[in-house]
Design a protein around this ligand. Structure first.
Ligand SMILES: *Cc1c(COP(=O)(O)O)cnc(C)c1O
Length: 394
């Protein structure tokens, strides 16, 4: 899964280009930069890969989410529907925008369930953020049609799913904007970085401005001559980070090919295990294949298999107990700890996170095990892993 597994000459060359000029800033310094615009090049490539009209690179996936929320006009008191299985960044970005995360249940895609959105939509709902978890997609066309019917903004958290697609269209392109992460453990890494894609010129321009203190980037070589049409922040990427990412992005096809090959070798070897069923993936061809996830019939059986797999070195992930990815252990959210509390106290529609019950999601997560698919596995590693997995079910 992580792009860092395949660092090579290409990354070193890209970084050396930047160090030779000494220009680490993505804007300006045209005379000194020897023609190197790494962030800009990355953006062009990301737009081309995803087929989106615009793309903007910023300092992290979290920054991309915050920037996209602002660019889409989502803010104080707006309710935003998010899933309880994600990374904490999704609800953090919503809270830091002054908006209110409202949790909707997931289905066997391990992503937001379009059939259960209606239950949590209120007159205050402004947006829906499905999170395409573990490299594969939500039932995104159905989620989109609910959003269209209800007049809600669709914003995709595709941080974990670069390279995934649904019926030939890149994940991240179904809503008003989509966000990716290029942090140190993602499919393509900048070290730290994040990207936004959109087909809306207005959203793109606002994102570009927001992530750089509101600069309109129209003042020419003198940044001081730029105007500031909106209040922004500094979520800029550095050229060094963008350079690493650019080399990585050029390897995406290769990465996807290896992931898919490794994943299906393992999945096929598990086909005959009688009580295993696999995660529902709406378009299996579009799976970026960073993880293999499956279900067992009961919590007890799942815990037992996860334990045996761990003992056998098969690297299971039991998300239901995970501190970072499932709402059950989000004590900081439940107690509203930190400065987000200040904004949250000002709204009168904050859900009771402490007593939130997500029974449908719990029932699914209790029976779910995932395995990360690595790029660096040799055929022997894969064979050993298959043996370790099969042994865990005996
Ligand atoms: C990684 C991730 C993010 C945040 O990305 P960072 O680049 O680490 O800030 C957001 N959402 C999901 C689902 C993620 O996995």
């Amino acid at each position: 899964m992580p792009g860092f597994e395949i660092f090579g000459e290409e990354e070193r060359k890209q970084v050396a280009d930047v160090l030779e000029t000494g220009v680490l800033f993505r804007y300006g310094f045209d005379a000194k930069r020897n023609g190197h615009f790494k962030a800009l090049e990355f953006e062009k490539k990301l737009a081309q890969i995803t087929g989106s009209a615009y793309s903007h690179l910023c300092s992290s996936g979290t920054a991309a989410l915050s920037t996209a929320l602002s660019a889409c006009g989502i803010g104080a008191g707006d309710e935003v529907i998010v899933p309880p299985f994600t990374f904490v960044a999704t609800f953090e970005a919503v809270l830091h925008a002054g908006a209110v995360p409202v949790f909707g249940d997931i289905d066997e895609t391990l992503c937001l369930d379009p059939d259960q959105l209606e239950k949590v939509i209120t007159p205050r709902t402004k947006a829906v953020i499905p999170v395409h978890m573990c490299g594969a997609m939500a039932r995104i066309d159905e989620i989109k049609s609910v959003c269209d019917q209800k007049g809600l903004i669709l914003l995709e958290d595709a941080c974990q799913s670069l390279g995934a697609s649904y019926k030939g269209k890149a994940i991240g392109r179904f809503g008003l904007a989509g966000c990716f992460s290029f942090d140190a453990v993602k499919t393509v890494t900048c070290g730290e970085g994040g990207g936004i894609i959109t087909d809306s010129k207005e959203v793109y321009e606002k994102a570009d401005q927001f992530s750089d203190h509101g600069h309109d980037h129209l003042g020419g070589p003198d940044r001081g001559a730029d105007d500031h049409p909106i209040i922004g922040a500094n979520y800029r990427i550095s050229e060094l980070n963008a350079a690493v990412g650019l080399a990585q992005l050029n390897k995406l096809d290769k990465i996807l090919e290896i992931q898919r090959k490794n994943k299906y070798a393992i999945k096929n070897a598990m086909a005959d295990i009688f009580d295993v069923s696999f995660r529902y993936i709406p378009d299996a061809k579009g799976d970026s294949a960073t993880f293999l996830s499956f279900f067992l019939p009961t919590e007890e059986r799942t815990r037992h298999v996860a334990k045996t797999m761990a003992q056998n070195g098969a690297g299971p992930i039991y998300w239901y107990d995970n501190n970072w990815h499932y709402y059950r252990k989000w004590h900081h959210l439940k107690q509203m700890k930190g400065s987000a509390k200040l904004a949250a106290e000002l709204v009168d529609n904050l859900p009771d996170y402490k007593n939130m019950a997500m029974e449908t999601s719990d029932a699914i997560m209790k029976r779910t095990i995932s395995m990360q698919i690595m790029l660096s596995w040799t055929p022997e590693d894969i064979e050993n892993r298959i043996q370790a997995i099969l042994k865990s079910f005996r």
